[in-house]
Design a protein around this ligand. Sequence first.
Ligand code: AMP
Ligand code: MG
Length: 517
Amino acid sequence: MKSLSDVTFSNSFTSQFPGEFTNDATPRSTPKVLFSTVNPQPVKQPKILLWSNDLSKRLGLSTPPTHSDAEILSGNQIPESSTPYAACYGGHQFGNWAGQLGDGRAINLGEITDPQNKLWEIQLKGAGRTAYSRGADGRAVLRSSFREFIASEAMHHLGVPTTRALSLVDTGESVSRDMFYDGNVRAELGAITSRVAESFVRFGNFEILAAQQEKALLHKLMSWVVDRHYSHLSGKVDLLPLFFQEVCSRTAHMIAEWLRVGFVHGVMNTDNMSILGQTIDYGPYGWLESYDPLWTPNTTDLPGRRYCFAAQAPIAHWNLQRLGESLTVIGLTPSQLEEGLRIFRETFTEKYFKNMARKLGLKDLNPEEHKDFITELDQLMKSLELDYTLFFRALMKPSSSFESVFSISYKNLNVKEKESLFAWAKKYSDLLAAQNIQKDHQLENMKAANPAIVPRNFQLFEAYKLYEEKEDSSLMEKLFEKIQNPYEEPTEYDLLSQKRPDWAEDQPGSSTLSCSS
Ligand code: AMP
Ligand code: MG
């Protein structure tokens, strides 16, 4: 077990690709390079608020963190072996090509090798300005950094592909933000999250090179990603289409998993799409409460609802199309592009129905045969305003206690609505009987597919508020502890497994979130 100061960082990205080694954070465009080096800006009084023991163990680091870990993870100390850099990428934001974006406030320290010889990139989000900050401050507020930390670790424990978070640092400095872009600028607590992933390469890293027609670099980036993360494809004759197909199927798997746990990302721009099919960049996200396919947690996404719950598969498809187009610059043919997208649609549908079967404890659900059954369930959850997380857990209870479902609705159900619930429940129990499923087997499957606890926006809001107002991090810690065991029914009467209370329905910062972070 060691501290980060004992670790040797490797710097494959900066040693393999052309970059600007100027340590200059003046905003600028950086054509023909993949990164520009920059050092984190020191902060006043760093304090590690949250630390992922689970991840630190995986990385072979000591727990609790040492003083030098805190220094490194707040950007106050730079490991000798590290070449800190910000990556250059582009992206389509809300459907439009936005040109060069890049790591505007995330600074990569390079990679460390875990005890199983696996490489992990570490980056500090909120560590100061880079060449890609475009006039912004390069910092992050604790309000949103806490949300990113919790969601990254929650998704990992839910079994959804994701980047991870190792530490959450309160920088002891304030950061000015206009939370709803309405002229109300406020000084907020500043923070730095250390994010950890096998790679932070996004669709946007490919798009920016394609936009510049940098064919050789684009090809090199693809080969580098393949050799490190799709190594079973290395050396294949049809490497390019095979690579694209696999990004498509991994992305399909990720989206089907989001739908299984009721996650809405909120900002599915192509710069927020990982080339590994992992969830990345947690901003104004949310977990569905009152079931509504059109729900988006992001006020910036209103009124279009481009990134609402039900749009996530079609949007991932649209984003893959943009990635595919970038790959046409190095030879992906239109039919190979279409084949990748077809694989996305096919994989998504298959995984979606598989997941719904798991959620219901059924052996299988067939997209043709059971389409109406699923549509009816969808309409039922929507019209009865059922809490998505609690509803599936309620289905695990004996049918005699079906009344418990009434209490997880966000409205007072009338007789007709209750009848529609019973009518669907009858069809469901007929299906269970027809598939001849053993009760304990059914419940075991359902328990593994339906989380009992997800980090709800109102809980994150409350936990953060307690820290902001009283410097009391106990609720933050409790929430962090609970989300690491999301499939276990809480034994005590536990606020964390309750549906959203009435006060939170219109609470700014809880029910309504923006991109301001
Ligand atoms: P996001 O919506 O968080 O994915 O951010 C989109 C782009 O804006 C990325 O290039 C970010 O690095 C950049 N960005 C967001 N907030 C800041 C900030 N406070 N300072 C510098 N760059 C930022
Ligand atoms: Mg982003």
